[in-house]
Design a protein around this ligand. Structure first.
Ligand SMILES: N[C@@H](CCC(=O)N[C@@H](CS)C(=O)NCC(=O)O)C(=O)O
Length: 209
């Protein structure tokens, strides 16, 4: 086994980072990337990360040539082009746009969830903006509803960029909002998530609070 040639700004609690590490496992590339732990929030940024990603967000991936790429979508696309097995992001055709749209929906669930988490964890309770929080939760509910009612067969068909992204979004909901009760309204999604959670790539990337 050769030394890792790339370095990933990493935190096990980030669903966006988790997508990247799941893809590394699914494509047999985990030994090519060293994980550099990075703890941050919008109000306690990392100077080192900011030098590599001016947006101050993880994941960011330093390549073998020293260049840094971000965000998670770009990193997934890059890594999916670095292995010889089946691609996890269709390269062309209608399937590409559909699978990326499902992945984008999952990313949107993560975006809304991370924003809610920041508001609740980083701002004083008397300053919480309830209307805005409700609007973010509505985005999550609507997206879950579409995944449950319109996309479950597509998710079940193969564990690619769309499925990885949705699985990581659901894992983040469980981590941060265990009382949300998303399974009640989305039983098919719940069954599917139970199944894919048994995959070695998902087990290896369980968030460790
Ligand atoms: N669109 C980005 C979102 C990444 C993101 O929001 N990461 C969070 C951690 S889960 C972060 O770095 N937050 C720090 C900040 O917003 O300053 C991606 O897909 O990589």
């Amino acid at each position: 086994m050769s030394a890792p040639s790339m370095t990933l700004y990493h935190n096990t609690l980030s669903p966006f980072v988790r997508k990247v590490v799941v893809l590394l496992h699914e494509t047999g590339q985990q030994d090519r990337v060293a994980l550099q732990d990075c703890t941050l929030s919008p109000v306690s940024p990392s100077a080192e990360l900011n030098a590599d990603n001016p947006l101050g967000k993880i994941p960011a991936l330093r390549l073998a040539d020293g260049n840094v790429i971000h965000d998670s979508r770009v990193i997934l696309e890059y890594l999916d082009q670095q292995h010889v097995g089946n691609t996890l992001i269709p390269r062309e055709g209608a399937a590409r746009w559909r699978r990326l749209t499902l992945a984008s929906m999952a990313d949107g669930i993560m975006d809304a969830s991370v924003l809610v988490r920041y508001e609740l964890a980083l701002r004083a309770p008397e300053k919480h903006w309830e209307e805005w929080l409700d609007a973010q939760r509505d985005k999550i509910r609507r997206a879950l509803n579409v995944l449950e009612n319109e996309a479950i067969a597509e998710l079940t068909s193969h564990f690619d960029v769309a499925a990885i992204s949705v699985a990581c979004a659901l894992g983040y909901l469980d981590l941060r909002f265990p009382d949300l009760g998303w399974r009640t309204a989305n039983p098919q999604l719940a069954n599917w998530f139970f199944e894919v959670s048994q995959r070695p790539s998902m087990i290896a990337t369980m968030p460790k609070p």
